[in-house]
Design a protein around this ligand. Structure first.
Ligand code: ADP
Ligand code: ASP
Ligand code: MG
Length: 408
């Protein structure tokens, strides 16, 4: 007997037939004697529609009401799945985030889970009852509904697995696991049997949306065993594991990309102490995250160029903040250029720590394909480059081949 959390994403619960199929999968695990808590996403497309409506109804966005609206998609699927399970003769009930409760902070729209009370669910496991929970939602210290940020149902599932002391958290989605690259772009991508927490964290934070970044962080911190697998087949999935569990470590285990990037370049920036703080300080004050940064050395020690990236959604706000800083604080630069048609491509692998030449191979491969690199950044286990968005597919496929990742 095992205690399992099973999470089903939007495409896995996209319509009534898919929900019935999910109910059959859950029943099979329950019939095998396992204790089951299920976490569901909203039906595919529903959350987008809800977000769009909040934008259409008013120009002022009250984040608390935004959460009231967008959290409803998951309530529908939780209720429907409970009904489908009961119809199959399985004892099941739904629990909304506020009923357990799933306590979060008050950061509406991207709240963090603080605590989950799993006592009642655990008690009912004893009577053979399956618990069905909506992902993505919680309740704030002010007793308002919150949501965890897009893709947040993964985090709900992992947090619940930690709170219940589950043996495993199975994330059912529309691909058979974690691949060496997004299989929808690179047809030769290979499914990984195992990936380390650290690599998965890097893959997710560099854009591989198969798991929400926070869910991987949470799994790593609480030692939750996570498996990513398909709800459309019975193939074994990918296990996210500790580094020691991987016998043969590849130098590069995956490639991720993010189109959600925008670049700001300041030409002719004054080269004197305090200028960087004068630009990035106001951006931080406006809660705008800056990702990649490059600054040239100036030849005449008077003027230099500075380039940095923000998310596409933050671009217009970031431009405003920098222009205001120039006017108010006298941060001197000559020209501001912005470009949203960029993509960040990252190669990732823990093997990089002990192998040289990984970055070089990336630069050479891009050069052979006449792709210009605009910005570079590195960490211990990844190399990222910013390139023009129109080269996304070409770059991913060429790099996938160059690092010997292609499936036979
Ligand atoms: P769900 O609705 O089940 O949460 P998501 O759309 O959030 O599913 O995540 C699954 C998608 O992630 C896949 O359809 C795939 O296109 C994408 N993806 C991106 N990178 C990868 C990768 N390295 N491995 C697997 N899937 C990936
Ligand atoms: N329904 C939410 C979203 O689309 C949460 C999730 O599916 O994980 O972002
Ligand atoms: Mg998802």
């Amino acid at each position: 007997m095992a205690r399992l959390v099973m999470k089903f994403g939007g495409t896995s619960v996209a319509d009534i037939n898919r929900i019935k199929e999910v109910a059959r999968r859950v029943k099979a695990e329950a019939d095998a004697g396992n204790q089951i808590a299920v976490v569901v996403s909203a039906m595919a497309g529903t959350t987008n529609q809800l977000v769009q409506w909040t934008g259409e109804i008013a120009t002022i966005q009250d984040a608390r009401e935004y959460d009231t609206v967008v959290s409803t998609g998951e309530q529908i699927t939780a209720g429907l799945l409970s009904l489908a399970l009961q119809d199959l003769g399985v004892s099941a009930r739904s629990w909304m985030g506020w009923q357990l409760p799933i306590q979060t902070d008050g950061a509406h729209g991207s709240a963090r889970i603080l605590k989950i009370d799993g006592d009642e669910v655990t008690k009912r496991f004893g009577d053979g009852q399956v618990a069905v929970l909506p992902g993505f939602q919680g309740v704030s210290p002010e007793n308002r509904l919150t949501t965890l940020g897009r893709g947040g149902s993964d985090t709900s599932a992992v947090a619940l697995a930690a709170a219940l002391g589950a043996d495993r958290c199975d994330i059912y989605t529309d691909v058979e696991g974690v691949f060496t690259c997004d299989p929808r772009i690179v047809a030769k991508a290979r499914k990984l049997d195992k990936i380390t927490y650290e690599e998965m964290l890097e893959m997710a934070s560099q854009g591989a949306k198969v798991l929400q970044t926070r869910s991987v962080e949470m799994a790593m911190n609480h030692g939750v065993r996570v498996q990513v697998l398909s709800s459309f087949s019975n193939a074994p999935g990918t296990l996210v594991v500790d580094e020691e569990e991987i016998v043969e470590q590849e130098v590069v285990s995956g490639i991720a990309y993010s189109r959600d990037e925008a670049k700001i370049t300041l030409l002719g920036v004054e080269d004197r102490p305090g200028v960087a703080a004068g630009i990035f300080g106001p951006l931080a004050d406006a809660s705008i995250n800056v990702d990649m940064i490059v600054q040239n050395i100036s030849e005449d020690e008077r003027r230099t160029d500075l380039t940095f990236t923000v998310t596409e959604a933050d671009l217009s706000r970031a431009v405003e903040v920098v222009e205001k800083a120039r006017a108010a604080d006298g941060i001197g630069y000559e020209t501001l250029l912005s470009d949203a048609d960029v993509v960040k491509v990252s190669v990732i692998g823990v093997g990089m720590r002990s192998h040289a030449g990984v970055a070089l191979r990336m630069f050479r491969t891009l050069a052979e394909n006449s792709i210009n690199i605009q910005v570079i950044s590195t960490s211990e286990i990844k190399v990222s480059v910013l390139i023009a968005e129109k080269y996304t597919e070409l770059a991913l496929r060429a790099l996938h081949t160059a690092y010997d990742l292609d499936a036979e």
